[in-house]
Design a protein around this ligand. Structure first.
Ligand SMILES: *Cc1c(COP(=O)(O)O)cnc(C)c1O
Length: 390
């Protein structure tokens, strides 16, 4: 059976060139980057080179890049790190209702620790309102954390404008750019951000490695205490293969960014149009244009998303109901809920996220079987009512 992987927002396969860049550090080049003999120095050089590459690709200074274990740690380090460092200045943090769990649960944790958090609402497209943001800023606000693009519906936030507003009011801006790095141009200067987290495995790098950009002069505390690694901000022996792989993956993705964006968008649009034409009672989620190129979130009315995903799996098609982190739970997506999607419709959500290896044949294959699967479930479902189009 074919395998058609349409869940690239959950993770991506490691690019063969990335694997090649990593292997030496699992074989002969196994030194600890803190050691002073040759193997150690070589590992240090590899990390330095990777840091330079990442900094250049993000338009930051080399010393503004800190390697982490991924997006979750980056989000934690940014938010807790700033909250802890600026505690004397204020105790208010602003974020949005549609953030990834790594941000939301970090904020929930800080609420128990005496911080006030405002969770901004979003509009029907999942967009944060600049007016709402401006009104939410108080004299106590120390940090705003708004994701660059949403992992479930793909909506891209106006980060540069949010940054301008934040800086006018003397507030720091963090963005979770895990879904955009490697897919969209990400330039920390153009985006007006003070902190930005990214994760290797979302752009064809390895799992368990990421980076946090922190603008020079921004005060933040480490989460892990130990050695001098990452300039005392992130203790622990560096993941040399992972770091080398992450830098290689970013280089590859940035190099092919424009053509790949255009290609994935074309395939995504073909999938969207095909679904719209063949199946009634569907709603597409996310912003119609300000959206990740390969991302399609759709709600099938009178259907359970999980049932659909499992049927697709039997045909070799891998997609998800929402984010990878929330599938497996029966709770409706917090993102769709915040966007005002009625709960019974949110239960019928499916997310298809395309990547480098997908082709038009993949899309045709999905479009070939999807209408029949949807129809079969609707016929079985007690929710079924032949009300027609919406
Ligand atoms: C995947 C993801 C994360 C978590 O990154 P990990 O490297 O898997 O910890 C955080 N934020 C967003 C938006 C993501 O999509």
């Amino acid at each position: 059976m074919r395998t058609i992987y349409l869940d690239h927002s959950a993770t991506t396969p490691v690019h063969p060139e990335v694997l090649k860049a990593m292997l030496p550090f699992y074989k002969g080049e196994y030194g600890n980057a803190s050691s002073i003999y040759r193997l150690g120095r070589d590992a240090r050089v590899a990390i330095d080179e990777a840091r330079e590459k990442v900094a250049r690709l993000l338009n930051s200074e080399v010393k503004e890049i800190y390697f982490t274990s991924g997006g979750t740690e980056g989000d934690n380090l940014a938010i807790k790190g700033v909250a802890c460092a600026l505690r004397e200045k204020g105790n208010h943090i602003i974020t949005s209702q549609i953030e990834h769990e790594a941000v939301l649960n970090t904020c929930h944790y800080l609420e128990k620790d005496g911080f006030d958090v405002t969770y901004l609402p979003v509009d029907q497209y999942g967009m944060v309102g600049l007016d709402d943001l401006e009104k939410a800023i108080t004299g106590q606000t120390i940090l705003i954390s708004i994701m660059h693009a949403n992992n479930e519906v793909g909506t891209i936030q106006p980060i540069a404008e949010i940054g301008a507003l934040a800086h006018q009011r003397g507030v720091l801006l963090h963005t979770d750019a895990v879904q955009t790095v490697g897919k969209l141009p990400v330039d920390v200067e153009a985006l007006n951000v003070d902190l930005l987290s990214l994760s290797g495995h979302k752009f064809y790098g390895p799992k368990g490695v990421g980076a946090l950009y922190v603008r020079e002069g921004t005060k933040f505390h480490p989460l892990a205490h130990g050695g001098h690694h990452e300039r005392w901000k992130r203790a622990g022996t560096e993941n040399v293969p992972g770091i080398a792989g992450l830098a290689k993956a970013l280089e590859i993705c940035q190099g092919e960014l424009e053509e790949e964006t255009e290609r994935e968008q074309r395939l995504r649009d073909a999938l969207q149009n095909g679904i719209r034409e063949a199946i009634e009672g569907v709603r597409f989620n996310g912003h119609p244009t300000k959206r990740l190129p390969g991302s399609l979130s759709v709600c099938f009315e009178r259907l359970e998303g999980e049932a659909l995903i499992l049927s697709l799996d039997l045909k070799g098609v891998m997609a998800s109901t929402g984010s990878a982190c929330s599938s497996g739970s029966l709770e409706a997506s917090h993102v769709l809920k915040a966007m005002g999607v009625p709960i019974e419709i949110a239960h019928g959500s499916a997310r298809f996220t395309l990547g480098r290896d997908n082709t038009q044949e993949d899309i045709d294959y999905v479009l070939d079987m999807l209408p029949e699967i949807v129809q079969r479930f609707r016929n079985m479902s007690p929710l079924h009512s032949p009300k027609g189009n919406s």
